[in-house]
Design a protein around this ligand. Structure first.
Ligand SMILES: Cc1ncc(COP(=O)(O)O)c(C=O)c1O
Length: 472
C-alpha cells in the first residue's frame, strides 16, 4: 500500500523546480540564515527556560534585538505579525473605546479590535494606479483624529506593496493627546536604520510597532516582533495581552532564527547588504521605466512618498506580466492589474534582471480596480460576530448587516467588516469586481458557496449576514 504525503510531495516538487522565490520568506531558500539543528526543535524545558528572566536566553535575545531597533522592549512572536498586532491592540484599546483605523488594515487588526471590544472609526485610503491602496495621508489622518477624538490610533504603514507615508502629524497629535499610536509595520522590519528605505515608525514616535520579520528578513516563516517604543502602554499590559493570545509552547527553533537575525543586525555587514540591495533595486526601477514599464514604487517615490525597494509591483496587464515572469520565478501576488514581487538581499538580482527583460514592453494596460464603497456600521464588529446569522446569496444581501468579514486576499484587507450594512453600492461593487478579485493568487474570503444541506442552488455564492433580531 502506498502511503500518501501530499504536502511533502508538493514541497519537494516546488524545490525541484528551482525557480526564483520572489515571495516571502525573506531568506529565499535559507540564504544568509542562522544554521539551525533539527534537535533544537524544543519548547520550554527547565534547562532552557530558567525561572529568572536574567538567565533566560529568550529574554536575553529579545533584549539584544530591542537594542538593534532602539526599542524599550521587544517580544518574539512565533505567530507571524498576527500575534504582535492582536496583542498590541488588546493591550492598548479598552472595550467600547473609539479607535481610528486605516481601512487597508490587515484582518489581524480587525481580529484585535474584536477581541478588545473596541469600535473602529475607519480612515479610507485612496487607491493608486492599478487600484492598489495608497498609504493614508498623514495630514488627512491628523484631521480625522481632531474630528473623532479617538482613544487609540492604528496605522498600517507601509502598504502590502511597500508604499509608505510619513507619520509626523499623526504621532505629534497622539503624543499631545496621550493616546497610543500602534503601527502595523509588518512589511518593514528591514526599514529601521537602513538608509534608502522608508522611515520606520520606531523613528517617528509610534508607541507600539509590529513587525512580520519573516516577510523580508533571513528568518523562518512565522517569526515576528512586537516593539514597545514608549511607556504609554506598560510592559505589563503588553505581557498580559501576549499571554492571552500566544501559544504556551513557542518554537525554540523559530526563535533561534530570530536570535540569528539579532546577531546579524549587530554587524556592519547587515546594513551594508541592505543598502547595496536598495541601490540596485532603484537602478532596476529606473531601467524598467526607461523600458516603458510602470513601477508602482517608483511612481510613489516620484510623487513625494517613501517606497520600499524590497517590493516591486509592475502595473499593467497582470496576466501577461505573470506569464512572462513565471518561467523564471514565482511572485508574491498577481492579479489582473499587476504583479508584486518581494525581493531581499538573498535574491539573485541577475536572474531578476533576466526575467524583467522578458517582460519588456509587454506590461500593457488594464483598467484599475475600483474602490469599494464606504459602509455604514450598525454594530461594533465584536457585537456582530456574536449575533445569530444566516447565509444569503450576494445579490440579495443589500440592506442586510454583515456577520462575517469579506476579505480581499492578498493583501488580507476586509472590504466588508462584520457589523456593517451591505448596501446596493456594495452589491454592485461585488458584481463588477468579484471575478477579478479571485483571479490568479487572489481570493475573496467570506464570499462563499451556499452551506451544505440548504435549499440554495448548488454553485450559488453569498455572504453571512446577521438575522438582526435574536431568535429570528
Ligand atoms: C499589513 C499586514 N499586517 C499583518 C499581517 C499578518 O502577518 P503574518 O502573516 O506574519 O501573521 C500581514 C500579512 O500579510 C500584513 O500584510
Amino acid at each position: 500500500m502506498s502511503v500518501e504525503r501530499p504536502l511533502v510531495t508538493a514541497l519537494e516538487a516546488y524545490s525541484r523546480r528551482g525557480k526564483a522565490r520572489w515571495h516571502t520568506p525573506g531568506h529565499k531558500g535559507g540564504r544568509g540564515m542562522q544554521a539551525l539543528g533539527w534537535d533544537w526543535d524544543l519548547t520550554e524545558v527547565a534547562d532552557l527556560t530558567p525561572k529568572t528572566s536574567r538567565e533566560d536566553p529568550v529574554h536575553r535575545s529579545e533584549q539584544l534585538m530591542a537594542e538593534t531597533f532602539g526599542a524599550q522592549r521587544t517580544w518574539y512572536s512565533v505567530q507571524g505579525a498576527t500575534l504582535p498586532v492582536m496583542a498590541a491592540v488588546l493591550a492598548a484599546c479598552r472595550p467600547g473605546s473609539r479607535v481610528l483605523v486605516d481601512r487597508h488594515a490587515h484582518r489581524s487588526v480587525l481580529s484585535g479590535i474584536i477581541i478588545a471590544g473596541a469600535s473602529p472609526v475607519w480612515v479610507y485610503p485612496r487607491l493608486g494606479p492599478g487600484g492598489y491602496p495608497l498609504p493614508v495621508d498623514d495630514e488627512d489622518r491628523a484631521e480625522m483624529i481632531r474630528r473623532n477624538d479617538p482613544q487609540a490610533v492604528i496605522v498600517t504603514n507601509p502598504t502590502y506593496d511597500g508604499l509608505s507615508a510619513r507619520l509626523a502629524a499623526t504621532s505629534r497629535l497622539c503624543q499631545e493627546r496621550r493616546i497610543p499610536l500602534i503601527v502595523d509595520e509588518a512589511h518593514g522590519t528591514h526599514f529601521y536604520g537602513n538608509p534608502g528605505f522608508p522611515l520606520s515608525a520606531l523613528d517617528q514616535g509610534a508607541d507600539l510597532v509590529c513587525h512580520g520579520a519573516h516577510k523580508t528578513e533571513a528568518v523562518l516563516t512565522q517569526t515576528g516582533l512586537l516593539h514597545q517604543n514608549s511607556r504609554l502602554v506598560s510592559a505589563q499590559q503588553i505581557q498580559q495581552a501576549w499571554e492571552m493570545l500566544a501559544t504556551s509552547s513557542p518554537s525554540y527553533l523559530l526563535m533561534a532564527s530570530l536570535d540569528g537575525l539579532q546577531a546579524l543586525r549587530h554587524t556592519p555587514d547587515y546594513r551594508a547588504q541592505w543598502v547595496r540591495f536598495g541601490r540596485e533595486m532603484q537602478e532596476i526601477w529606473h531601467d524598467l521605466e526607461t523600458a516603458g514599464i510602470f513601477v508602482l514604487q517608483s511612481w510613489w517615490q516620484r510623487s513625494g512618498g517613501l517606497a520600499d525597494p524590497a517590493k516591486l509591483t509592475l502595473v499593467g496587464n497582470g496576466e501577461r506580466i505573470l506569464s512572462e515572469l513565471r518561467p523564471f520565478g514565482e511572485p508574491e501576488k498577481a492579479d489582473p492589474f499587476g504583479v508584486t514581487l518581494v525581493l531581499t538581499p538573498a535574491d539573485d538580482l541577475g536572474v531578476l534582471r533576466q526575467a524583467l527583460r522578458a517582460v519588456g514592453g509587454a506590461s500593457g494596460q488594464s483598467a484599475p480596480m475600483a474602490m469599494w464603497p464606504q459602509a455604514v456600521p450598525v454594530w461594533p464588529p465584536s457585537e456582530a460576530v456574536r449575533r445569530p446569522r444566516e447565509w444569503v446569496p450576494w445579490r440579495e444581501a443589500a440592506g442586510r448587516v454583515a456577520a462575517g468579514p469579506v476579505t480581499l486576499y492578498p493583501p488580507g484587507v476586509p472590504v466588508i467588516v462584520s457589523g456593517e450594512r451591505i448596501d446596493a453600492a456594495m452589491v454592485s461593487w461585488l458584481e463588477s469586481t468579484r471575478d477579478w478579485c479571485r483571479q490568479r493568487t487572489g481570493d475573496l474570503q467570506g464570499f462563499e458557496p451556499a452551506p451544505e444541506g440548504t435549499l440554495w442552488k448548488e454553485g450559488e455564492e453569498g455572504l453571512w449576514v446577521t438575522t438582526e433580531f435574536e431568535g429570528r
